[in-house]
Design a protein around this ligand. Sequence first.
Ligand code: AMP
Ligand code: ZN
Length: 138
Amino acid sequence: MSKEDCIFCKIVAGQIPSTKIFEDDTVLAFLDVGPLSDGHTLVIPKEHYEKLHECPSELLGKVGSKLNKIAKAVSDGTGCEGYNVLCNTGRASGQLVEHVHFHIIPRNSGDGVFDRWPAKQYPDGKIETIAEKIREKL
Ligand code: AMP
Ligand code: ZN
């Protein structure tokens, strides 16, 4: 998806409406129009990058530095018991909008959101093999 076709870039540019809750020079937070719960919020860098790992550290740091403040406001403002912070990256993960964004999803006991968390177990030795493959890329 090019920057020109990006719905979040259009929100940043004010070309389509959004319900903003926070904005500064580099970061924008607004309510998700298809919420998993009341107050479901999206936090984005204003600059367009598709994936988390394509976003420069400095910019990501600026987004991250606002997450705690915004999450507290979402938490206090909705009175939720907890929240999930989620960054879907890539189509396989469920990323539909190809502009990096963090979901803040207010949660309450028994709300049924993410009811299924399909945890597995590693067979013997596999955890170390996988860790080594990842470490060598750092
Ligand atoms: P993802 O699946 O992680 O890419 O999430 C994209 C999110 O953007 C979804 O939860 C949508 O409901 C939300 N969304 C799409 N268009 C808009 C919009 N115009 N304003 C606010 N949220 C939007
Ligand atoms: Zn964009």
